[in-house]
Design a protein around this ligand. Structure first.
Ligand SMILES: Nc1ncnc2c1ncn2[C@@H]1O[C@H](COP(=O)(O)OP(=O)(O)O)[C@@H](O)[C@H]1O
Ligand SMILES: O=C(CO)[C@@H](O)[C@H](O)COP(=O)(O)O
Length: 484
């Protein structure tokens, strides 16, 4: 038996690059054990992963947790949002999952926006204007390109639903992750039958939406797993909503997450509906809302630039005139799915370190441009920005965010806030507490605050200028120019 004060719970983050599992003492929030196993994602225009790999990674991450995982009284899964998982009549994937950063469905997104009456109609109805990340556009893409796969599909799931179902045998999701599909109406908090009919998706194929604080099911057998049969399984949620739980966020506190995706978000009491499409009007996992903007190019894009330059990711040098828009994967914020990376302002005396700094600046500029839209008008502009995700460990990321935001920046010491949020949700099942209150009790947002510095308006204005001048270049993919 462990020396924990309270029951043990397991929180999982099945994100784009890996699965992380934490065993946490529900009384104190102490992380008793942890494990992590990688996923593979295809490269090229599409981004796909085999869902069975997520299960194998979960089993491996739990195995690394050792004995404490065997004592878990409850478990919860947080996961990358939006991914389209199609299952056949045996519950096996029909094909690999189409991930959130797969931009092939950009034409379907544009078409769906027009067909339903425009961006405002979508925003009012679902909270969001669907971009290629949203599940509904991926289903429309699949119907057009692989109709046999659509015909073979007997269940449609999101990544966290897939793992939860393998634990419980029940097809369930939650309002946070459902709100990123594009087929969940945020006003009525129910699946939108008209949108589903428009894309030819039978609502019977979708999972039941489990309410906040409800049990999704229990572990059906302990095969491959350290859990006993009957262990409680919480609803789980999307990774950003899980991190919001993990930070015990109060409305109005801004968060920036630097991982495969970059995100900025805050909890709000008001249901968001941004007709510009910059802010997605997600639900949180508790009953509030999570207005959020997301970029496709964050830590991987900047690390790629560092690798191309042969530099360590911290080897930045202050620069003056060089601008790098690091849109290597196309971009979602700003909405440029066909874009590629763009460099402007190169001179003989530009150094490699300045080019690297320009990549950080370009990635952070895209997120900060959306931050004011994410926050309610009455939010305190001097409130510290909480910086989380793998990139938050890096000094160059920290200093870039500090300089370009002009805000104080708090860096929580807790590393895995998505998995911690899932653990708080699992603990809430045992104690009956609000998971955000659990996280506040655990003091998960504790960490040093970097004081505010003067905002670098010159750099922000220069990047915005290049972005708008280069619009026609960024709207077309470089591949479409070949042979012109
Ligand atoms: N010390 C560090 N400094 C800067 N970046 C880091 C550091 N450690 C990890 N990263 C970045 O964090 C990323 C992984 O972040 P994470 O939030 O775990 O991603 P995801 O949840 O999308 O899988 C990696 O791409 C890596 O570039
Ligand atoms: O698409 C979004 C949010 O809308 C992404 O934030 C995904 O949820 C992927 O998250 P990470 O794997 O980068 O954490």
């Amino acid at each position: 038996m462990s020396a924990a004060e309270g029951p043990l719970v397991v929180g999982v983050d099945t994100s784009t690059q890996s699965t992380k599992a934490l065993v946490v003492d529900a009384a104190t929030g102490e992380v008793v054990a942890s494990g992590q196993a990688p996923h593979t994602v295809t490269s090229g225009t599409g981004r796909e992963s085999d869902p069975r790999q997520w299960w194998d990674a979960l089993c491996e991450a739990l195995r690394q947790c050792g004995e404490p995982a065997h004592e878990a009284a409850a478990v919860s899964i947080g996961g990358q949002q939006h991914g389209l998982v199609t299952l056949d009549d045996r519950g096996e994937p029909v094909r690999p999952a189409l991930l959130w950063n797969d931009v092939r469905s950009a034409p379907q997104a544009r078409r769906l926006v027009e067909e339903l009456g425009g961006a405002k109609v979508w925003a009012d109805r679902t909270g969001s204007v669907p971009a290629a990340s949203f599940t509904v556009t991926k289903w429309a893409w699949l119907a057009e390109h692989e109709p046999a796969a659509v015909r073979a599909t007997r269940a449609v799931r999101l990544p966290h639903d897939y793992l939860t179902e393998r634990l419980t045998g029940q097809g369930t999701t939650d309002r946070g992750d459902a709100s990123g599909t594009g087929w969940w109406a945020s006003g009525s908090e129910a699946y939108d039958e008209e949108i589903l009919a428009r894309v030819g998706l039978d609502p019977a194929l979708l999972p039941r939406v489990v309410g906040p604080g409800e049990v999704a099911g229990t572990v059906r057998d302990s095969h491959d797993l350290p859990f006993s049969k009957g262990t409680l399984v919480a609803a789980g949620t999307g990774d950003n909503a899980a991190a919001a739980l993990g930070l015990g966020l109060h409305p109005g506190t801004p968060v920036m997450s630097l991982g495969t995706s970059g995100t900025v978000y805050a909890v709000s009491r008001r249901r968001p509906a941004d007709p510009t499409g910059t802010v997605a009007g997600f639900a949180d996992a508790r009953g509030d809302w999570l207005p959020l903007a997301c970029t496709l190019n964050c830590t991987l894009a900047v690390d790629r630039v560092a690798a191309l330059l042969g530099l360590d990711r911290e080897a930045v040098e202050p620069g003056t005139g060089v601008t790098l828009l690091p849109y290597l994967d196309g971009e979602r914020t700003p909405d440029l799915p066909n874009a590629s990376g763009l460099l402007h302002g190169l001179r003989h005396d530009t150094t490699a370190g300045q080019l690297l700094q320009a990549a950080y600046d370009g990635a952070v500029h895209a997120l900060l441009g959306a931050l004011d839209r994410v926050l309610d008008k009455d939010a305190d502009p001097s409130a510290p920005l909480l910086l989380i995700g793998g990139g938050a460990r890096g000094t160059a990321w920290q200093q870039t965010v500090r300089r370009l935001s002009g805000r104080p920046v708090r860096i929580p010491e807790a590393k895995e806030l998505v998995a911690l949020g899932a653990a708080a949700q699992a603990a809430g099942l045992l104690t009956g507490e609000d998971p955000a209150a659990v996280a506040r009790r655990w003091d998960t947002a504790r960490g040093p605050v970097l004081d505010a510095v003067r905002r670098d308006e010159e750099t922000l204005a220069r990047i915005s200028g290049v972005l708008s001048d280069a619009a026609p270049l960024l709207e077309r993919s470089p591949e479409s120019r070949q042979g012109r």
